[in-house]
Design a binder for this molecule. Structure first.
Ligand code: PGA
Length: 311
């Protein structure tokens, strides 16, 4: 039920006038500040006092001394006006969001999953434009220099202090082989035995390759690289056709079918990596970018991110 008081408490304008009188110490100064005449200010204050039914202040010499009721009204007036200011800002944001563009640059392992996330985001903000670039890790690092993207998605972000990182989902790199490979379905395949198989490797500059080389290097295991291939999809198909084995992000397998492919259970694999949403601190966070970051964080908390990942 609406408060009985609100019918009597006067208009927002009267509250603004009261605050100005309190802040500037008198009717004349408040009238100057608000570009009103002195009689207008006095009249509005009188109306407000009449509505409240108690004096708001008493003149003492040339000064105004506020009564307890006056001080209570002032405190509430501040809250009411602050609330309207927040509403104003929210509405301005909503107006801004309608016209914005979200600029994303993502590594190839994320290019399957992020569009699903964007689909849901755009249903919430249908008028936003999306600029979506895909590259390998090195290409996305090179894009950082231009500073033109709102966010970057990396599994292995470069060590730059000006990069703000938000970890958001795990990105395991798994061993794969053709379905009829002798290691398929075996438990605990030794890492060295797997590494001896002909291996299909991503190109230099790939974060997947960077993670594989680091993981195996730390274990002093070297690969038998048969072929370098610049695309996750091409590697997947080459493995299906029996050209060799590989290690790829499980996300690259989940989207688009994996018939003919087996995920192997190799010791010390998968390689556990994580995706990060990264942004340059020097770039102003646009309203759209802020909304996207909030959306991703909320989606993480609510379990939506994991639900979007296909088994
Ligand atoms: P990339 O992706 O292999 O295409 O560079 C890597 C990553 O997940 O960091």
């Amino acid at each position: 039920m609406a408060s009985r008081l609100h019918a009597h408490i006067g208009t927002l304008r009267q509250l603004e006038i009261l605050l100005a009188v309190h802040q500037h110490g008198g009717v004349t100064a408040a009238a100057d500040q608000l570009h009103l005449t002195q009689p207008t200010v006095s009249m509005q204050l009188k109306k407000l006092g009449d509505a409240i039914g108690m004096p708001l202040y008493n003149p003492v010499g040339r000064r105004l001394v506020f009564t307890q009721a006056g001080l209570e009204v002032i405190a509430s007036a501040r809250e009411v006006l602050a609330c309207f200011e927040r509403l104003d800002m929210t509405l301005a944001d909503l107006r801004g969001l309608k016209a914005g563009t979200l600029r994303l640059a993502v590594v190839t392992t994320a290019k399957y999953f992020i569009p699903h996330l964007l689909g849901d985001f755009c249903r919430h903000y249908p008028d936003i434009d999306i600029d979506f670039k895909v590259g390998n890790r090195q290409q996305i690092i090179d894009r950082l220099a231009s500073g033109e993207d709102d966010f970057y998605v990396f599994s292995h972000p470069p060590e730059k202090r000006e990069l703000e990182l938000h970890e958001f989902l795990s990105n395991p790199l798994v061993a794969i082989a053709p379905q009829d490979h002798p290691m398929a379905g075996k438990k605990g395949v030794p890492l060295q035995a797997f590494a001896d198989e002909p291996f299909l490797m991503r190109e230099a500059g790939s974060g997947t390759r960077y993670a594989i080389e680091r993981h195996l290097g730390e274990r002093e295991v070297s690969l038998n690289v048969r072929m370098t291939i610049e695309s996750n999809e091409a590697i997947k198909h080459a493995v299906m056709s029996g050209l060799g084995v590989s290690i790829l992000s499980r996300h690259t397998l989940s989207f688009g079918g994996r018939t003919g492919l087996a995920e192997l259970e190799v010791e010390q694999l998968p390689i556990p990596t994580r995706w990060y949403l990264a942004r340059l601190q020097s770039r102003r966070m646009s309203l759209v970018a802020g909304a996207f970051l909030e959306y991703v964080e909320r989606a993480g908390r609510s379990g939506l991110l994991s639900a979007l990942i296909q088994p």
